[in-house]
Design a protein around this ligand. Structure first.
Ligand code: FAD
Length: 434
C-alpha cells in the first residue's frame, strides 16, 4: 500500500496521460497496521481503525481483491485468483506487467507440535486479534458459570508461546484487559487467572535490548504472569499444554507467536531467495539478477548498508517495511523516467512496546524508557506512523474517549456466527463451540 501510495503521487502526470497503470492485488480490501493489533485486542482501538481501506486511499490505482498464486517473471506474468474464480472454480487468471513489486510479508512460523494445528491461534491479523479478545472474555464467562473446577481452571489458563513483539504485547494487553474486566464478575478474580509466557531462548523482546528485556520479564512477573524462559511447548493435545520443563497446564487458549517465516508465495516465483526463503534484494530494492522485479518488507532480504558487520540484512519489522516501500516507489518512478536509483539506508532506531494500559518499555535512539513514559512514547510513535490523517484522528479520538469513559469489556463472539439465531428459528441447532 505504501509503495502504491508513493507511486500514485510520484507518477501523477503519467497516470493522467494514461501512460502508466498501477494494479494492487491483495487478499483483503484493506491494509492492516499490525503494531496496533494488541491494542485492538485490548479494546483500546476499534478493529475498523487498525485497517486502512485500499480503495479509498489508492484512488488512482486498480485494486483487485485476490491472491497471487505464482509469477513467471521471464514472461512478465502473474497468476492470481479472486473470490469469484474460487467460487466459480474457473482457475487462476493471468495478469501481465512491466514492473513487479513483491511484498506479501511473512506468515507464522509453526513447528510440528502435536495439537497445535487444532487448538493454536495466531496473532497476525485483525480477525485473530478480535477473535482472541472475544475468546478471552468468553472464557471468563465460562469460568463464571461452570460448577466444574476443572473446566473453570482450563478456561482461566492462557498460554502464549513466543516472547517477541507480538507475543509480549498481546499477552500484556490482554492480561491487562482481563484483569480490568474481572472487576465486573462476582466470582472471577484477577488472581484466579493463570497467564503463562513460554519462550525457547533465554530472553524476551530482543528488539528493546537485553537490559529492557530483563526489565520486561520482571514487570510481567510482578503482575503474576508466569514467564518461562528456555522452555518450549511440547504438545497441546486434548487441551493440555505440555512444556519442555515438564509442566502441564489444562487450557482452552494457546496463542502461537513464535516468530515468522517468509510468505510461501515467494517460492512460487522462481526468483532468487536467500537461505531463509526471503527474496534476495539489492540495496536499491530490486531483486538480484531479475531486472524489473522488486521487493520490500518482511518478504525481502535487503542489505543493511548502515550496519558495521558486512552481510547484515534489514530485520523484518514495520520500521524497515514502511521506509523501504517509499524508496521502492521512488525507484520505480525513477526507472519509468530513466533516472538513477537510490539505495535504501536506514539505521535501526530501536523499539517501543506496550505492556498494557500505561505500561511499556522502550529503547529508542539509545535512550531507555520504562512504564508510563515508554507507553506514552509507544502511542505517540505509532500514531505518527499509522497511515492517513483519517485513521490518526479516529485512533486519537478513541484513546481520548476511553480515557474519559470506562473500557469496553463486551465479547461479541457471536458476530462470528451471524446466522445462528436464524438457523435456530428455522429449526436447526446452535453451532457448537469449537
Ligand atoms: C502483533 C504484531 C505487532 C507488531 N509490532 C511491531 C512494532 O511495534 N514495530 C515494528 O517495527 N514491527 C512490528 N510488527 C512487525 C510488522 O508489523 C511487520 O514487520 C510489517 O507488517 C511487515 O510489513 P510487510 O508489508 O512486509 O508485510 P505485511 O504487513 O504482512 O503485508 C503483506 C500483505 O501482503 C498480502 N499478501 C499475502 N499473500 C499474498 C498473495 N499471495 N497475493 C497478494 N497479496 C498477498 C497480505 O494479505 C498483506 O496484506 C508487529 C507484527 C505483529 C504481528
Amino acid at each position: 500500500m505504501y509503495t502504491a501510495l508513493r507511486l500514485q503521487r510520484k507518477l501523477k502526470p503519467e497516470l493522467k496521460r494514461g501512460e502508466v497503470e498501477i494494479v494492487v492485488i491483495s487478499p483483503d480490501p484493506y491494509m492492516t497496521y499490525q503494531p496496533f493489533l494488541p491494542e485492538a485486542a485490548a479494546g483500546s482501538i476499534s478493529p475498523r481503525h487498525v485497517v486502512v481501506p485500499l480503495r479509498r486511499v489508492l484512488e488512482h490505482c486498480r485494486v483487485i481483491v485476490g491472491e497471487v498464486r505464482s509469477v513467471d517473471h521471464a514472461k512478465r506474468t502473474a497468476k492470481f485468483t479472486t473470490l469469484a474464480t474460487v467460487e466459480e472454480n474457473t482457475g487462476a487468471l493471468d495478469i501481465t506487467y512491466d514492473e513487479l513489486v513483491l511484498a506479501p510479508g511473512s506468515i507464522s512460523r509453526t513447528l510440528p507440535v502435536p495439537g497445535l494445528a487444532d487448538h493454536g491461534i495466531g496473532f497476525k491479523t485483525v480477525e485473530e486479534a478480535i477473535g482472541l479478545r472475544n475468546h478471552v472474555i468468553e472464557q471468563m464467562d465460562i469460568a463464571s458459570s461452570t460448577r466444574d473446577p476443572a473446566v473453570r481452571d482450563a478456561a482461566l489458563t492462557f498460554v502464549f508461546v513466543g516472547g517477541g513483539y507480538a507475543g509480549v504485547e498481546a499477552l500484556g494487553e490482554l492480561e491487562d484487559m482481563a484483569r480490568y474486566a474481572s472487576r465486573y464478575y462476582h466470582n472471577v478474580k484477577a488472581d484466579d487467572m493463570k497467564w503463562i509466557l513460554v519462550e525457547a531462548s533465554g530472553r524476551i523482546l530482543p528488539e528493546v535490548g537485553e537490559e529492557m528485556g530483563k526489565y520486561t520479564v520482571s514487570q510481567l512477573r510482578k503482575r503474576n504472569i508466569d514467564v518461562r524462559l528456555e522452555t518450549r511447548l511440547d504438545s497441546c493435545e486434548d487441551r493440555v499444554a505440555v512444556l519442555s520443563d515438564g509442566a502441564r497446564f489444562p487450557t482452552r487458549t494457546v496463542v502461537w507467536t513464535a516468530g515468522v517465516k517468509p510468505h510461501p508465495l515467494l517460492a512460487a516465483t522462481g526468483l532468487p531467495l536467500n537461505e531463509r526463503g526471503r527474496l534476495k534484494c539489492t540495496a536499491e530494492l530490486s531483486v538480484y539478477g531479475a531486472p524489473h522485479a522488486w521487493g520490500a518488507g518482511d518478504a525481502a532480504a535487503v542489505p543493511d548498508v548502515t550496519a558495521e558487520e558486512p552481510g547484515k540484512e534489514c530485520a523484518p519489522n514495520a520500521q524497515h517495511a514502511v521506509r523501504q516501500a517509499k524508496v521502492l516507489g521512488d525507484n520505480i518512478a525513477a526507472t519509468v523516467r530513466k533516472q538513477p536509483l537510490q539505495k535504501y539506508a536506514h539505521k535501526y532506531v530501536g523499539s517501543v512496546a506496550s505492556l498494557g494500559l500505561h505500561k511499556g518499555v522502550a529503547h529508542v535512539y539509545g535512550r531507555k524508557l520504562k512504564g508510563y513514559p515508554a507507553w506514552f512514547m509507544h502511542r505517540v510513535y505509532h500514531l505518527s506512523r499509522v497511515p492517513t490523517v483519517n485513521r490518526k484522528s479516529r485512533v486519537l479520538a478513541e484513546w481520548i474517549l476511553s480515557g474519559l469513559f470506562k473500557r469496553e469489556i463486551v465479547s461479541l463472539g457471536s458476530l462470528e456466527h451471524p446466522r445462528a439465531e436464524f438457523e435456530l428459528a428455522a429449526g436447526g441447532e446452535r453451532p457448537k463451540e469449537s
